[in-house]
Design a protein around this ligand. Structure first.
Ligand code: FRU
Length: 547
């Protein structure tokens, strides 16, 4: 059995065909959202990388434009890799990206819009003085890439960081410039970790308010700075946040936060090379991330496409200041159609029920609130799991392993007899730190497909909630989109995106269930499942040369 085209997404961003990876240069400029992304114009595997370009006024519907940045010069002849956009104070946007030069060195180049009066900024010009940053002596020239959006210090100088490594040490190296043209390396890296190469760093201010100001400034007064990196060795991202002193360019992560494997993640699933931008129209910070396929390269070639972008997420600091919180941008709710509703329905231990009334649950937005009726039934947290990551625990106790409290949650993309299903669920243990319950959120795709040749890892994260304090209540939102199951636990505290490839639970055959495999009964206090309309993806009919 093979993966087929019925699995293209309806409202998660995808171009009509070919390979995509990292979101690049994301920005809001004069009423238009820009999404550039790594793209192979020739096929469904990685290669021939250019910056494809799409624009939107609402982050939902997209107009596909011709590639904006592609190899043209000695400084990018072997590829135009990831980078970021910065909107300068005079309103001009500038892109800085990694070019792969004739000697396969990674160098940083700038590009400016050719015509600021073109609302879509279709064409970009690369000045002859590129590259503006080349790897210095002693630096690793094949691991020196992915410049961040720049920020301006009180001294008026621009700063940005670039991802690199020194042997096994990942580094975010800092550069400064007065004019965006001549850049000088700082003596010290902004931060580093013993984790291997740091790809796609991102550095930005956050506060506990989802509404943000214009950014800039150092930390303090409730502002923290976030540093996120992507680890090419393990293919996951983690972040820290802490104090950034603008005057000395020192970044000190909060003491409770770890670098590397134990670090906090935006997403505990398939989500990589992410990047944020400041949306000045809506005073929010928005996160874009790439979700790779988890079928085989052969399947990708047969399908003719590979890779999607996760739903753009608003991101801010939780009110307790302990982690970041994310939520799908409100705009996607405009795609909601008919919905099914469940209220105050008890799901006895060991039972399940189907959420009926949707024409199809292949493209849906599900918001659910559960209440555990008897938290005392929680099993003790096995001391052997202390220090283990959630994924290890969840892999040991999958969706079908009976528990005390949980597993309970959703079977998404389920077939008739739920022979195919992707389980998104919570499991609660007692005996955590300070006697609190340990809450685990998992995505178990082991039953997701009858197809073979699929990578089906269990994904999981801990959820930082005191479930006794909430009276046993916990919320789950899951965006289902044919081959995407993207979940937000506890109002966005723990997020998991998973790619799955059902063979039967496709189109109007896809169903949705609530299940409870624990001893304790669980009440669905409310559940709304909305059918989602497809986003409009149109291509720009006007030839750029004819404008
Ligand atoms: C991350 C990454 C970046 C690089 C780009 C190349 O997925 O490897 O480090 O710039 O993809 O496509």
């Amino acid at each position: 059995l093979a993966v087929d085209d019925g699995l293209r997404t309806g409202y998660h961003f995808q171009p009509p065909k070919h390979w995509i990876n990292d979101p690049n240069g994301v920005m809001y400029y004069k009423g238009v959202y820009h999404l550039f992304y790594q793209y192979n114009p020739k096929g469904a595997v990685w290669g021939n990388i250019v910056w494809a370009h799409a624009v939107s006024t609402d982050l939902v519907d997209w107009i596909m434009l011709p590639p904006a940045i592609y190899p043209t010069a000695p400084f990018d002849v072997n590829g135009c890799w990831s980078g970021s956009a910065t909107v300068l104070p005079d309103g001009t946007p500038v892109i800085m990206y990694t070019g792969i030069d004739g000697e396969n060195r990674q160098v940083q180049n700038v590009a400016y819009p050719k015509d600021l009066s073109d609302p879509y900024l279709r064409e970009w010009v690369k000045p002859d003085y590129n590259p503006v940053i080349a790897p210095g002596p002693g630096m690793n020239a094949t691991a020196f890439r992915d410049p961040t959006t720049a920020w301006q210090g009180p001294d008026g100088l621009w700063r940005l960081v670039i991802g690199t490594k020194d042997n096994h040490r990942g580094l975010a190296v800092l550069y400064r410039s007065r004019d965006f043209k001549r850049w000088a390396p700082a003596k010290r890296a902004l931060h580093s970790g013993d984790t291997g190469m740091w790809e796609c760093p991102d550095f930005y201010p956050v506060t506990t308010s989802p509404a943000v100001g214009s950014g800039g400034g150092g930390s303090g007064n409730g502002t923290k700075h976030v540093l996120k990196v992507s680890l090419d060795l393990t293919r996951f991202e983690y972040y820290t946040f802490g104090e950034y002193d603008h005057a000395t360019d020192t970044y000190v992560p909060d003491a409770a936060l770890a670098d590397g494997n134990d670090g906090l993640r935006y997403d505990y699933g398939n989500f990589y090379a992410s990047k944020t931008f400041l949306d000045t129209a809506k005073q929010r910070r928005v996160l874009w991330g790439w979700a790779n396929e988890s079928d085989s390269a052969t399947a990708d070639i047969r399908k003719g496409w590979a890779g999607v972008q996760a739903i753009p997420r608003k991101i801010w600091l939780s009110s307790d200041g302990k982690q970041l919180v994310q939520w799908p941008v409100a705009e996607i709710e405009s795609l909601r159609g008919a919905h099914a509703n469940v209220t105050d329905t008890l799901v006895a231990g060991g039972s399940h029920f189907e959420v009926t009334g949707l024409a199809s649950a292949a493209q849906a937005d599900v918001e659910a609130s559960f209440q555990v009726m008897d938290l005392d039934k929680a099993e003790p947290f096995d001391p052997a799991w202390r220090g283990a990551d959630a994924q290890t625990v969840c892999a040991a106790r999958g969706a079908d392993a009976r528990g005390g409290v949980g597993p309970f949650g959703l079977w998404a993309l389920a077939s008739d007899e739920h022979g195919e299903r992707t389980a998104v669920f919570f499991r609660v243990f007692k005996g955590g730190d300070g006697g609190k319950h340990v809450v685990l959120m998992c995505n178990d795709p082991s039953m997701s497909s009858h197809a073979d040749d699929l990578y089906k890892p269990t994904f999981a994260g801990f959820v930082d909630v005191d479930i006794a304090q909430t009276g046993g209540k916990i919320a789950l939102r899951t965006l289902i989109d044919h081959s995407v199951v993207e979940s937000f636990g506890a109002h966005g505290k723990t997020c998991i995106l998973s790619r799955v490839y059902p063979t039967k639970a496709v189109g109007d055959k896809a169903r949705l269930y609530v299940f409870n495999n624990g001893e304790s009964d669980v009440k669905v206090t409310h559940l709304n499942a909305y059918e989602m309309r497809s986003a409009k993806i149109t291509s720009d009919a006007v030839e750029p040369t004819k404008r």
